[in-house]
Design a protein around this ligand. Structure first.
Ligand code: PEP
Ligand code: MG
Length: 331
């Protein structure tokens, strides 16, 4: 089967009934652009930028960042490269070994509910702005999209956007080129964002659902606690209903809705996600061939029926079994 997957790798990700599915790559370092091309992804759906801050436990300079982002944007142009602003904290530790001297004034009891990601960036606007300017500068060299992690509500999104506008004004003033039409997205990975997606949609150009965190927060299951890993259920009805709700809110305002969490790279779950109306799946590059193979074997119409049926079921196990059955039938 592995050989079959690789053979399909050069083929377009089109369903039997002619729907084109956008398969994107998640990357963490600039040298991974080779994987993006190698696995024939349509671009980068999530470029995690934490490594720049964690590898050396210091704040990278603006030019270091500009270089790292520009390398990826230029190498993949005209394909889209979605750069996520700093998501340090939570499972990307601030404290302890591998931690960060600058950002770790004290240890937190609940880092997943703590000083993390956009919260931290908004408290250190100068650090945040240097990243935003670096991303803007990179946008002159490719098809860059910018995305904020851990957005919990519209004020946070508005504050981030206001800082972005300040950065644009500064670059204009200096005559530094950037993409004036740079698309800006919000990650939807906190239940409050999912429930207010209709409001957030007015302040951004796309949504990317971070299911790794969204599931953790919806189900109150720590994503890195092995003791309760069996309770981390992507097919929980609450997850399905939430995904459906985000898709409806986005599509009602004509903004695309992708997924960049781990579930997006699971070929057993991909039909369900596409059936729920998800527009793009972003995953770690080696998972792309198996998902592409499945996409080419299924009809979107059938995936939609699968999703409708799944939404009527009450048990995560039953929903997972339904997906497994669907997967087997297509293969
Ligand atoms: C997610 O939460 O699903 C996600 C893609 O982001 P990360 O895993 O980096 O938190
Ligand atoms: Mg996340």
């Amino acid at each position: 089967l592995e050989a079959e997957f690789l053979k399909a790798n050069t083929q377009p990700a089109i369903t039997l009934d002619g729907a084109e599915v956008t398969l994107l790559a998640n990357i963490e370092r600039p040298d991974e652009v080779q994987l993006v091309a190698g696995y024939n992804a349509a671009g980068v759906g999530l470029y995690r930028t934490e490594y720049l801050y964690l590898d050396n436990a210091r704040i990278p300079t603006e030019s270091e960042q500009t270089l790292a982002y520009t390398q990826v944007a230029a190498a993949l142009a005209p394909q889209p490269v979605t750069i996520r602003t700093l998501d340090i904290g939570g499972d990307k530790p601030l404290c302890g070994s591998g931690g960060h001297d600058f950002f770790s004034p004290h240890k937190e009891d609940n880092p997943f509910l703590g000083f993390r990601a956009i919260r931290l960036c908004l408290e250190y606007p100068e650090i945040f702005k240097s990243q935003l300017r670096a991303i803007l500068k990179a946008s002159a060299h490719g098809n860059v999209r910018l995305m904020y992690p851990m957005i919990s509500g519209s004020e946070e999104l508005a504050r981030a956007n206001a800082l972005l506008e300040e950065c644009k004004a500064e670059l204009r003033e200096a005559g530094t080129p950037f993409d004036e039409a740079l698309p800006v997205g919000a990650m939807i990975e906190i239940p409050s964002a999912a429930l207010t997606a209709d409001i957030l949609a007015d302040k951004c150009h796309f949504f990317s659902i971070g299911t790794n965190d969204l599931i953790q927060y919806l189900l109150a299951i720590d994503r890195v606690n092995d003791r309760i890993a069996h309770l981390y259920e992507p097919t929980h009805p609450a997850v399905l209903r939430t995904l459906r709700r985000i898709v409806e809110a986005g599509h009602a305002r004509e903004i695309p809705v992708g997924i960049c969490g781990e579930v997006g790279g699971d070929p057993i779950l991909a039909p369900l996600l596409l059936g729920l109306g998800i527009d793009a799946l972003s995953m770690t590059p080696p998972l792309i061939p198996a998902v592409r193979y499945l996409v080419r074997k299924m009809a979107l119409k059938k995936a939609r029926s699968l999703a409708e049926r799944a939404l009527t079921l009450s048990s995560p196990t039953a929903i997972y079994e339904l997906c497994t059955e669907f997967y087997r039938e297509q293969m």
